[in-house]
Design a protein around this ligand. Sequence first.
Ligand code: ATP
Ligand code: MG
Length: 440
Amino acid sequence: MRLSRAFLPVLKESPADAQIVSHKLMLRAGLVRQTAAGIYAWLPLGLRVLRKIERIVREEQDRAGAIEMLMPTLQSADLWRESGRYDAYGPEMLRITDRHKREMLYGPTNEEMLTALFRDDVKSYRDLPRTLYHIQWKFRDEVRPRFGVMRGREFLMKDAYSFDLDEAGARLSYYTQLLAYLRTFQRLGIRAVPMKAASGPIGGDLSHEFIVLAPTGESEVFYDAAFEDFDWNRADLDYSDEAGLHGLFDQVSGTYAATDETHDESRWAQVPVNRQRTGRGIEVGHIFYFGDKYSAAMGLKVSGRDGSPVTPMMGSYGVGVSRLVGAIIEASHDDAGIVWPEAVAPWRVGIVTMRQDDQASADVADDLYARLTAAGVETLYDDRDERGGVKLGSMDLIGLPWQIVIGPRGLAQGVVELKDRRSGEKMELSAESALARLTA
Ligand code: ATP
Ligand code: MG
């Protein structure tokens, strides 16, 4: 993308209405604009990041055997009356009436809808277990939308739902999603620690929140530093290996991690002091098992192996896809701007000419841009007629992993500058070598 033709509005001043760093940076670097309280338009740069996160979430769900579908944002009130949640949900639910005076709502989640779809089409134990998911916008009329996309009213969520014949099967589905989440966050380049969550109204010990550490997080967290060293992609963890999944759950449960809601001082005291980590954290995912809460209330039954009716046991699994954009920035930035992990960077490389009116610089930059693009390296080329310093500032703010800076002085010596945004390390090398390094 050539910046001279892009829609990438960058603000020099820090917006006064943003309280936390990720919100400020998302506005300054032109990722989003608020269009109403807690509702955001995703500008091209923000959308590229959102799509990358979405793709990784999708790939890991697919790898874990979950099946993608797409349910609508608008739902009928009657569906929610079946589970008893229409009245229980309260003012967070945005209720809408259509022209025929039918009561509708903008979905805050989809347990009811998928349970109803299952009830209509799934008849036999042979059709279970199944886990289905979609990535769709949700609406929750939060009392205090704040921190930009972190607590919006309209937000993008991946939500998966599992259906099993019995509790043992449901546990396995839960462990499978647990592993999928650990892998997803590792691939996104952030450390999200699974923390035992307060169990909901139906009890049970199966609920985890995935928390990214950041000083602006809404909850207080305590965890064993051992979580910093686990590699969830190690080869001996396999979705088809039941014993391995049980082992994973034991490992996660046996390593201390809790939010202030579930914190247990006596267990905490057993974690060696040099491994105790405390801080604040942002919830980016939440998984839970809730048994037959919806299936029983909504009359979902399948015929079991012996022909008698069985009520499936369910779980649900959410990832805050749009919240993650903010959470990743909270976890990865410096004074100059965003520092994107490679996996979610809107582009991998930024080319900056110090003087676009210098023909030799423009030629080298044009050529590098064409060849990087041809090699499939996503590249943003700042070809604007702006002062070099301003362009460098915007490039740091936008936070692409690599920068190539091209100016008349370097070119006189036959070199360009290659900068690693994260370490700040700069190298002078020929344009050919820079190209070779970035396409290797
Ligand atoms: P929170 O405790 O932050 O209000 P929640 O527990 O109500 O979230 P869940 O129902 O568990 O949220 O939803 C799954 C995920 O969706 C959360 O882990 C979070 O990442 C994301 N999410 C929830 N509410 C919002 C929101 N208002 N804005 C952006 N993302 C959200
Ligand atoms: Mg939650």
